[in-house]
Design a protein around this ligand. Structure first.
Ligand code: MRU
Length: 357
C-alpha cells in the first residue's frame, strides 16, 4: 500500500511527514547530510531523538533557522512513538524538548523552535494522542512556511544594498542550506540575481569545517551565481584590492544591543571591513534575536571537538601532544555592524520587544 506521505522540499530541511489526518502512519523527517557536501548529496530519515540530536550535533543539519525547523519537525516525528496516555505523552514531550534544545547552545533559533512547539501543545490542551500529534505537526509546518517567508523578506530588503556588479563577501553558510527558504545572508544575493543584477560573491572557506567552501560555494554555483572561494586569511587582501563592496553574514544569536554571535571568524572579518571602510551587515530573521540578553557577553559559545582542527582535511594537520582551542562562534560587537537586514526591514540597535518583535 502506498504511504500517504506529503513531501515538502526545501534545501536545508526536507520533510516527509504524513498529513495531520493520517498521522497514525509512520512519518519521518528527511534531511540532507550537509557533512557530505559537495562530494555527495545523501539524504537520511530521522524519527528518534538520539538520531535527531546527533544530526544536529554533527552538523548534518546546520545553520540557525534550519536547526530550529528541523527540531520542530523532528519533535513531530519523534512524538509518534510516545505513549497514548496524555500525561505520559506530555512528560515525554517536555523531556525530549529539553534534550533537543541543548543539542547546540549558540543558535537561539533551536530553543525558540522547541519552546514554540511546547507552547502550542500546552495551549491545545488536547486529551488524545492523535490530536496532539496533529497540532505539533501543524505548528512545525507553520514554522517551516514562516521561515520561507522570513527569508524572502530579508532578500527583498537586502537586495536594495546590491547594485549591478556588486562584490559581496560572506562567511560560513547562511544560505538556502541553513534555512527553509533562500537563506539570510544569501537571500539578498538571490533576490538581486533574480532581478537581473550580476553579483560576485567571495565566500570565505570558513575553517575548521569549511561551510563557506563546501556549502556556500556549492549552492551559489548550483544557482548560476558567480562565486569565488577564498581561504579565510585572504579576506583582508581582497578587501584591499577593492573587490568587496559589502560584507553580509548571518547570525546565530543577536543581543538587544546588537552584539552578534556568528561562525568563528566573523569578528575578524568585521574588524577588517571597518579598517577598509566597507559596510558590514548582519542578515537575520526575528527568530535569531534574543532580547533577554542585554549584550553579547551572555551568549553561550559552543566549543567543539579539537579533532576538527587536528584532522582538518582527513589527515593530521597538527602534531600530537599539543593543545587546541576550538570555539565554533565568536561575538561581533554592535559598533562594527553597519545594519541588520531583517524580515522587518534594515534596522539598527538597540532592539526592544516594543520596537521589533
Ligand atoms: O556551525 P554552523 O554551520 O551551524 O554555523 C552556521 C552559522 O554560523 C550561520 O552563519 C548562522 O547559523 C546563520 S544561518 C542562516
Amino acid at each position: 500500500m502506498m504511504e500517504a506521505v506529503r513531501w515538502l522540499r526545501c534545501d536545508g530541511v526536507i520533510v516527509s511527514l504524513p498529513e495531520p489526518e493520517t498521522l497514525a502512519m509512520p512519518g519521518k523527517l528527511r534531511l540532507l547530510d550537509q557533512t557530505l557536501l559537495p562530494e555527495r548529496e545523501v539524504y537520511f530519515c530521522v524519527d528518534d531523538l538520539p538520531e535527531l540530536v546527533d544530526a544536529i550535533r554533527r552538523l548534518a543539519v546546520r545553520g540557525a533557522p534550519a536547526i530550529g525547523c528541523a527540531a520542530a519537525l523532528g519533535m513531530a516525528a519523534v512524538a509518534q512513538h510516545y505513549p497514548e496516555d496524555p500525561a505520559a505523552f506530555g512528560a515525554a514531550l517536555v523531556r525530549d524538548a529539553e534534550i533537543l534544545a541543548s543539542a547546540r547552545p549558540t543558535a537561539v533559533n533551536l530553543r525558540y523552535a522547541v519552546e514554540r512547539i511546547l507552547a502550542i501543545f500546552r495551549q491545545e490542551k488536547t486529551a488524545d494522542k492523535k490530536t496532539a500529534l496533529a497540532c505539533i505537526l501543524k505548528g512545525a509546518l507553520d514554522m517551516l512556511r514562516e521561515d520561507i517567508q522570513l527569508c524572502s523578506a530579508i532578500g527583498r530588503y537586502g537586495a536594495d544594498l546590491l547594485p549591478d556588479g556588486a562584490g559581496v563577501l560572506t562567511h560560513c553558510n547562511a544560505g538556502a542550506l541553513a534555512t527553509a527558504g533562500t537563506g539570510t545572508a544569501l537571500a539578498p544575493v538571490y533576490a538581486a540575481a533574480a532581478s537581473g543584477r550580476r553579483i560576485r560573491v567571495y565566500s570565505d572557506e570558513t575553517r575548521p569545517l569549511l561551510q563557506g567552501s563546501r556549502l556556500t560555494a556549492w549552492e551559489l554555483h548550483r544557482e548560476g551565481i558567480e562565486v569565488w572561494t577564498i581561504c579565510d586569511n585572504m579576506a583582508g587582501l581582497v578587501m584591499r584590492e577593492g573587490r568587496i563592496n559589502i560584507v553580509i553574514v548571518g547570525a546565530d544569536r543577536i543581543a538587544a544591543n546588537g552584539d552578534t554571535a556568528n561562525k568563528i571568524g566573523t569578528y575578524s572579518v568585521a574588524v577588517l571591513a571597518r579598517y577598509h571602510r566597507i559596510p558590514f551587515y548582519v542578515a537575520a530573521p526575528y527568530t535569531t534575536f534574543d532580547l533577554s540578553l542585554a549584550d553579547g557577553g551572555g551568549i553561550p559559545i559552543e566549543e567543539r571537538d579539537p579533532e576538527e582542527i587536528r584532522r582538518g582535511f582527513g589527515r593530521m594537520t597538527a602534531p600530537d601532544g599539543i593543545r587546541f582551542y576550538n570555539p565554533a562562534f565568536d561575538v561581533t560587537p554592535a559598533e562594527l555592524i553597519t545594519g541588520f537586514i531583517t524580515d522587518r526591514g534594515i534596522l539598527k540597535p538597540p532592539f526592544s520587544l516594543q520596537g521589533y518583535l
